[in-house]
Ligand binder design. Structure first.
Ligand code: 6PG
Length: 235
């Protein structure tokens, strides 16, 4: 697990996102608010996105133009800003509800990766909730235990916005060639300690269960988010 602590982790995140896009391949975007600055920076980096295929780690069950939509945030900060030929984008159609949205995305994943294969993404970008959730895998929820399906519906979100969700599951997150967590702010410090400190993984802290089978795991943190990790390291 590589930990990079910097005043503005969006810079490193943007560079890695743009580099992955330039190499082409399947990239999973995260939702939430933290990645917006990284997406805006990535859109301004001179690479071609034409060979990349962008997916989503999770989506809220709202219309794609709704202000709570992760797709709408990605459109505003990245997709509408990249120059040159655009990437392919595989949106989660979560507006049809958690179960139908998950079933549709499962079909998209099967078409891209094969019906019986666990999707192996080149890069998955994740955020971290203050409760230790990532994607829409919330503490102690049944979706955290899912080991067969690649994508599932989440009838009850554990944090605002309290709308149903669609989310990729842990087997997919851990099959990635690289997983990057982008986390900023003092409000996340305890979640960072619980997810990435010395403790064992727990379904109460879903991000603590994201440990790629053979891929790289990188934490991009600002100092406030990393503060309790550093304390733990000092003992
Ligand atoms: C979502 C995200 C979620 C997010 C964390 C952190 O749909 O909300 O995918 O997992 O990454 O909640 O969100 P912030 O960056 O807004 O703190």
């Amino acid at each position: 697990m590589e930990r990079i602590v910097s005043e503005d982790p969006a810079v490193e995140c943007a560079e890695r996102l743009a580099a992955a896009a330039g190499r082409g391949g399947h990239i999973v975007l995260t939702g939430g608010s933290t990645p917006a600055a990284a997406y805006e920076r990535a859109a301004d980096i001179a690479v071609s996105w034409a060979r990349a295929c962008l997916w989503f780690g999770d989506e809220r069950c709202v219309m794609p133009g709704d202000g709570r939509s992760n797709y709408a945030m990605a459109r505003r900060t990245l997709l509408d800003r990249v120059s040159g030929s655009p990437p392919r984008v595989c949106r989660m159609h979560a507006e049809h509800g958690p179960e139908e949205g998950a079933a549709a995305y499962a079909r998209d994943l099967a078409r891209a990766f094969g019906a019986d294969a666990t999707p192996a993404f080149d890069l998955i970008l994740l955020g971290l909730g203050p409760d230790g959730h990532c994607a829409s895998l919330f503490p102690d929820r049944p979706e955290v235990q899912e080991r067969q399906r690649a994508v599932v519906g989440v009838p009850e979100a554990g944090l605002d916005p309290f709308v149903p969700r669609v989310t990729l599951t842990l087997p997919v997150l851990n099959a990635a060639r690289e997983v990057i967590f982008l986390v900023a702010g003092e409000a996340k410090a305890e979640a960072v300690r619980r997810a990435f400190g010395d403790g064992a993984g727990s379904s109460s802290v879903p991000a603590s269960l994201v440990r790629p089978d053979s891929g790289r795991l990188t934490l991009l943190l600002d100092p406030p988010a990393a503060a309790r990790l550093a304390l733990e390291a000092r003992g």
